[in-house]
Design a protein around this ligand. Structure first.
Ligand code: PRP
Length: 289
């Protein structure tokens, strides 16, 4: 029947650290969403997806209740809220950590320092479990925002908060004392997806996998003397053998491959030492293997 086509409902942050990157990753998947910043809901033009812009803290509950089928959300929030939701895919952006932090002049001598201290946080459940697991008795002061000012106004001796660049801690005269949890954005799903929703999810994760793989990889091209092709190929940390094409200049070839960006810097000197020249590293937009 016209107009009753199933749409996968995805929740993303209405505002906050994940919002822009979440919209971008969907865009990179070729999904066009008519964006309205003040809209609560938007439909994708060319993919059966409905985007719900929600308050971050509410997303795990909405997933469990089936208001949204899937969501892009920080792992840290899923750990804190303990709802019946499943992580489908790690998305590699919005990396941060949940850490204990103290005033710069505090003499922290291990976790025992926190015994008997007052710790302000918006992550009481995660902190409570961490303290219990480590046998630390501390007072947890739950506050919903601006946790970093708590020590300066005498509300707490320490905080447990998200740290990304560290600039919020620095600006407030605090320093990181212990990392409790490492987090990044993930794609999560609620417990009761329909068969149709699962099929759409599969199409979406296929696209996401291609986009994320491309983000981690670079296309590399270089000119290599023919008698060095074997050795240079062996240096390149790639799964498949590279493409080799003859150059107009006698005795030289152009060698092409795909490489993990992180690994490129480890091998660059060795490539040059073995005769590679004119090395180009270029971004890849999508990568389907
Ligand atoms: C977190 C956290 C800090 C800030 C840390 O807030 O509460 O305020 O990020 O980031 P930085 O180390 O790069 O300075 P977030 O932006 O997630 O919003 P929130 O206040 O709603 O938690």
């Amino acid at each position: 029947m016209a107009g009753t086509e199933t749409r996968l409902r995805i929740a993303i942050q209405k505002s906050g650290r994940l919002n822009e990157d979440s919209v971008q990753v969907l865009k990179d998947c070729g999904i066009v969403i008519d964006n309205g910043k003040d809209q609560l809901k938007a439909s994708a033009r060319n993919f059966p997806l409905e985007v719900l812009y929600l308050r971050n803290d509410d997303i795990p509950q909405y997933l469990e209740d089936g208001v949204a089928d899937i969501a892009i959300v920080g792992e840290n929030l899923l750990v804190e809220k303990q709802r019946n939701v499943q992580v489908i895919q790690r998305l590699g952006f919005s990396k941060c950590r949940l850490s204990l932090a103290v005033p710069k002049d505090a003499a922290v001598n291990g976790l025992n320092y926190f015994n008997g201290k007052r710790i302000a946080t918006s992550y009481p459940a995660t902190l409570r479990k961490f303290l219990a697991d480590n046998g630390i008795g501390a007072d947890i002061h739950e506050i919903s925002g601006s946790v970093e000012i708590a020590p300066n106004i005498g509300l707490a001796d320490a905080i447990c908060d998200l740290v990304s660049s560290g600039s919020t801690l620095f600006k407030n005269g605090l320093e990181e004392a212990h990392v409790i949890l490492k987090s990044e954005a993930v794609l999560a799903a609620g417990p009761n997806l329909s068969v149709e929703a699962k099929e759409i999810l599969q199409k979406l994760t296929f696209r996401l996998t291609a986009v994320l793989r491309a983000r981690r990889s670079k296309y590399i091209l270089m000119n290599v003397p023919n008698d060095r092709i074997d050795i240079v190929s062996r240096i390149l940390p790639v799964l498949k053998s590279p493409t080799v094409m003859p150059l107009a200049e006698e005795g030289w070839s152009s060698l092409h491959s795909v490489i993990d960006e992180d690994k490129f810097w480890d091998v660059i000197d060795e490539l040059k030492a073995n005769g590679a020249e004119g090395i180009l590293v270029v971004p890849i937009e999508k990568m389907v293997v």
